[in-house]
Design a protein around this ligand. Structure first.
Ligand SMILES: Cc1cc2nc3c(=O)[nH]c(=O)nc-3n(C[C@H](O)[C@H](O)[C@H](O)COP(=O)(O)O)c2cc1C
Length: 196
């Protein structure tokens, strides 16, 4: 059987991004659970600010192809102003039903403060609009400055509970990667996405 393919998208451009560290940990857990993994670090992709008149600008075609290869997608974001980052939103706007419909999605948010939940709620709404199937388990890492020891290359979680929550996200993404979800609802019939 082909191993599940889990793709993670990191919504922070920061060199020392805690979101990237947490996503790496989730992908390591997915790998241990038998998946092939792919981290799409948005720093490395040329994705200009989205313009619907030019929706294959820059690296968009290659980027969306890598997302489409996923059986399960992990979305990782820093909390910016109580929501998810513009970096991630921009990447998501290049995507659509082709990348997300009926896909299993896991959500992760990292906050400087103590309340990362709104960003996760907002991402859950975006995934609803794209007819994705979002894991009930979501990983929140609060108080990010104290959540990791070490450097960008060599780090560890300071809190075993946070590490376990993030690892569980990767494991669940593998466990549910190939389910056949039916997220159809009134809203999905009403949402035309990017169709004219
Ligand atoms: C523009 C901006 C807005 C932010 N807004 C919030 C916020 O509303 N709540 C919060 O807890 N942290 C906020 N932060 C802090 C980030 O969530 C925190 O620094 C996080 O670690 C960034 O993720 P990263 O390390 O992956 O870049 C904000 C940071 C920036 C740069």
């Amino acid at each position: 059987m082909t191993p599940p393919h889990v793709v993670a998208i990191c919504g922070s451009h920061r060199d020392e991004s805690h979101t990237r560290k947490a996503l790496t940990h989730a992908l390591e857990a997915a790998d241990s659970a038998g998946a092939e993994t792919d981290l799409l670090d948005l720093r490395e992709w040329d994705l200009p600010v989205f313009d619907a008149d030019d929706d294959d600008a820059g690296d968009a075609a290659a980027f969306t192809r890598r997302v489409r290869e996923a059986d399960a997608i992990l979305l990782g974001t820093p909390v910016y102003h109580g929501s998810y980052s513009s970096v991630l939103k921009n990447a998501l706007d290049y995507c659509g039903f082709d990348e997300f419909e009926n896909k299993t999605v896991g959500l992760l948010a990292v906050a400087g403060g103590g309340f990362p939940i709104t960003a996760l709620d907002h991402l859950r709404s975006v995934c609803r609009a794209l007819n994705a199937w979002v894991l009930p388990h979501q990983a929140a890492v609060p108080n990010a400055a104290g959540a990791f020891d070490g450097s960008a290359e060599d780090w560890s979680f300071t809190d075993d509970g946070a590490a376990a929550r993030v690892a569980t996200l990767g494991e669940r993404a593998v466990e549910y990667a190939n389910i056949e979800p039916d997220p159809a609802c009134f809203e999905s019939a009403e949402n035309v996405g990017a169709d004219d």
